[in-house]
Design a protein around this ligand. Structure first.
Ligand SMILES: [Zn+2]
Length: 183
């Protein structure tokens, strides 16, 4: 008897931010909005690829971390990403990130203190295919580190992407949110 083993495959990581440090996250926890939000998008391997998986309710898992900007103290681990932003400002510009550029994740307690709910992508086509895993504790960065993202150029290569968060949505049905607390 052969049993296929399925899992979730990492597809891409992207970030959301706002014009000011007091708004930028797409999720709001007990009324608290953070400066930004990191999304790590994964698809269910049983569907073969991201686009196919996005058509299924159990197709995607997005892991989210909040970013909170405060003061001038640079987050050195997160700087492995933000220090490269000036090299990638122009449309189609490329920069290379160090292999340990996601090490800031190690400062999180990854096995607890996260919320889970079933919802949609926050960008078109807004597919209802996402199991969200949202960590409660934000990543703390300097004000300059979040400001660096606002200087990235938009698709016209002229305007800057000063904000890219989706407006808060009212769920059309009651959401079931699970919080993984202390064991
Ligand atoms: Zn996103």
């Amino acid at each position: 008897m052969f049993n296929a083993i399925f899992g979730f495959i990492f597809e891409q990581m992207h970030l959301h931010w706002g014009e000011k440090d007091d708004h930028g996250s797409e999720h709001v926890i007990d009324g608290k909005i953070f400066s930004g939000e990191i999304h790590l998008v994964h698809f269910n391997s049983k569907y073969g690829d991201f686009d196919t998986a996005a058509n299924h309710r159990d197709g995607l898992v997005v892991v989210a971390f909040f970013i909170q900007a405060k003061g001038d103290k640079k987050n050195k681990m997160f700087a492995k990403i933000t220090d490269q932003i000036p090299n990638a400002r122009e449309l189609h510009a490329k920069s290379f990130l160090a292999a340990d550029c996601l090490k800031w994740m190690s400062t999180q307690e990854l096995d607890k203190h996260y919320f889970m709910y079933h919802g949609s992508l926050t960008t078109p086509p807004y597919s209802e295919a996402v199991t969200w895993i949202i960590y409660r504790k934000p990543i703390h960065v300097s004000k300059q580190q979040i400001a660096a993202f606002r200087k990235l150029r938009a698709a016209d290569n002229i305007h800057q992407i000063t904000k890219n968060r989706r407006q808060l949505q009212t769920p059309h049905k009651r959401l079931t949110v699970i919080f993984a607390g202390k064991p």
